[in-house]
Design a protein around this ligand. Sequence first.
Ligand SMILES: [Zn+2]
Ligand SMILES: [Zn+2]
Length: 344
Amino acid sequence: MQAAVVQYALEPLAVELREITVPEIGPDDVLLRVGAVSVCGSDVHQAYNTHSWHVNVPVVLGHEFGGTVAETGRAVTSVREGDRVVSETAAEICGECLLCRTGRYNLCPHRKGFGYGIDGAMASYVKVPARCLHRIPDSLPFELACLAEPHAVAFNAMCVNSTIRPGDLVVVLGPGPIGLLCVRMAALAGANPLIVVGLSSDAARLETARRLGATDVVDAGRESVEEMVRALNPLGADLVCDASGASRPLDLALKLVRPDGQVTKVGWSPDSMAIDINPLVQKNVRLQGSFSHNFPIWERVIHLLDRRLTLPDAIVGMTSPLAAWREAFDAMHDGRVIKSVLIP
Ligand SMILES: [Zn+2]
Ligand SMILES: [Zn+2]
């Protein structure tokens, strides 16, 4: 038996530490001894039942993790017992569809991810298909390696699904964990000016945004981001990334973007609302969604993390044992820390 953080119902705060059995592995799986698992905004959403995706309860939370291979299935040849690895999140895919066959398995219609569709890693041991694993260098501790997943989300949004050239005016809406990692990726890609927009309650996160490379930060409750953007370039922003996790800011993004510019939406929420999309046509704007990540993105972000190019220490605000999961979730929910990491 092992302790695990389990979401057991689709109600607010229906999450608890439970004793569950250590999973049995199949021929293509490995059993991973979890080294560290970071808390995602989506784990917190599930805990408060404010998520916008289907959750198979009961389910062990946690999809941002790394660990040591404890046991391998008999068909596994890519990793060995004792290897240090991180795991991608697409726990189940069909392997047969066009998207799977072209390496875009993150978009497979049959995809099920850890922590909502399949038991995740907020436990001592997790069962993982070997195809999900990436080996990591010894110089990269699990406490930072577990951030590979949100790094991959941000890399996909800013460096694959968006085009940023040095000197581009980029605006990021929403300084949550993904927004801040998008800021860092944009900074590494050469965005300048790089404006981050938050609320008064985001003061500490906006300060972190500066450390990560933002040239300007805006408290949208007190200042006009539109005025700031127009002062820098009367045409508007080359790229607006909406990482706010809400639907309404898309309106603002379409206002801020320049003609022939791009809006990338990486945050989402269950609210659907009427938004004026005429600027999309009138300004010839590209509106791009960004979801998840795939193999080459993971290899790249492991390199960025290992070199500390993304300043991951600035992101982790709390490291706790699994039993203190509630405090770790609350600290993120209240905005006291950007990211909490659990050590099972
Ligand atoms: Zn995540
Ligand atoms: Zn598929």
